[in-house]
Design a protein around this ligand. Structure first.
Ligand SMILES: Cc1cc2nc3c(=O)[nH]c(=O)nc-3n(C[C@H](O)[C@H](O)[C@H](O)COP(=O)(O)OP(=O)(O)OC[C@H]3O[C@@H](n4cnc5c(N)ncnc54)[C@H](O)[C@@H]3O)c2cc1C
Length: 342
């Protein structure tokens, strides 16, 4: 046991800067409701403490920075190292002028007169709501994605024609390898469908800055309500899942009759809706949702079911489904916040 690391956590906790737990059940924090225990689970309350925690956790061993854990399947053995959650670092608002030198650079480089900012743990529906209340358009589709801003930027989350990267101006980040904070601008990042360069070199998103566009308030409200209704009509609500399990397949892939179909359609055509492995089940409502139907499934049940689905879809349709969810291994050589090799 590294006593220096424990002392750091104790001191920061007694100052009220974070809360930490040992042997914390990750099933309590993942939206799938699975995963074993994290050796350490830490929730910093502010950006500075997040940076310090990442630095200290990195000296001690492995760490994984998470948001709402809505895209993660942790190993049933848990996580050997520290899981650092950003969910308590929530703040957003409008900036008409910079508050510090970093923000001055953003205003100067982008030429923006108004920006919205959101710290990494900001809840996406709150960001969408704030934009709606201010009459800014472009955030409507984010209104019911159960994610944090940091996690959403990592996956380029989006729905109903809207992606988190659409209005992005710049990010404030921490680079653990050189122990420095800095800025990256939109033209230094790449985004495509559920793909993003953000975080892939181990950098941690601290705060995001967005351009704003005035919109018609009633149209913003209409679009927001429409995306909520579409979701409720097509996706399982109130059950444990990690959202869409597989990515949208390449439209040119597979046997002719199955090309251009979504993962959910292919799974349905294979008769897999309702298919189960112990308490894990392919949703009856949407084929691309694997749910923890019993609430007692293990990650291994979910993964076994996903493998079964992939095999059947490949055999029948010739399409190799690729996971949108991320598997997080118990241990291994992974360094910093980089994703484990698939
Ligand atoms: C019911 C449901 C519906 C969903 N619907 C959608 C949808 O419509 N569209 C969509 O795109 N997704 C959807 N998802 C999936 C999920 O919400 C997204 O993938 C989301 O972007 C994950 O955000 P998170 O905060 O939960 O991140 P997490 O799952 O906690 O983490 C995801 C990745 O981001 C990294 N990360 C997190 N925070 C940071 C940070 N501050 N800096 C660097 N890296 C970080 C983590 O290390 C991890 O690799 C849905 C999920 C559920 C459960």
């Amino acid at each position: 046991m590294n006593t220096l690391y424990l002392r750091f956590l104790e001191e920061m906790q007694s100052k009220g800067s974070l809360k930490y737990y040992r042997k914390y059940p990750l099933s309590m924090v993942t939206t799938m409701g699975t995963g074993g225990r994290a050796e350490f689970y830490v929730t910093p309350y502010d950006i500075q403490t997040l940076v310090m925690t990442v630095r200290e956790a990195g000296k001690y061993g492995r760490y994984k920075v998470i948001g709402n854990a809505s895209n993660l399947i942790f190993d049933d053995r848990g996580f050997c190292g520290t899981v650092i959650s950003t969910v308590k670092i929530r703040a957003s608002g409008v900036l008409r002028q910079p508050r510090n030198a970093e923000e001055s650079r953003i205003f100067a480089k982008t030429g923006a007169r108004v920006l919205m900012y959101a710290t990494c743990g900001t809840w996406l529906p709150s960001l969408s709501l704030a934009a709606k209340n201010l009459g800014y358009t472009g955030f409507e589709g984010l209104c019911s994605i159960p994610a944090t801003v940091g996690g959403a930027l990592y996956t380029n989350a989006g729905a109903f024609g809207c992606e988190i990267s659409d209005n992005l101006a710049a990010l404030s980040i921490y680079l653990p390898e050189i122990e420095k904070t800095g800025l990256i601008f939109r033209d230094e990042m790449t985004f495509s469908y559920r793909k993003s360069s953000v975080g892939k070199s181990g950098e941690i998103v601290l705060c995001a800055y967005f351009f704003v566009r005035d919109g018609n308030r009633s149209k913003i409200l209409e679009k927001t309500e429409e995306s909520k209704k579409k979701r409720a009509a097509t996706q399982p609500i109130g059950v444990r899942s990690a959202g869409s399990y597989f990515k949208r397949p390449d439209p040119g892939e597979g046997k002719a009759a199955y090309r251009g179909k979504s993962a959910g359609e292919l799974i349905e055509l294979c008769g897999l809706k309702g298919c189960a492995v112990r308490g894990a089940q392919v949703s009856e409502k949407h084929g691309n949702f694997i749910i923890n139907a019993s609430g007692k499934s293990r990650s291994s049940d979910i993964i076994t079911l996903a493998r079964k689905v992939k095999k059947k879809v490949y055999e029948k349709c010739g399409v190799r489904l690729v996971e949108e969810v991320e598997y997080v291994p118990y241990g291994g050589a992974g360094k910093g916040n980089r994703k484990a090799k698939e």
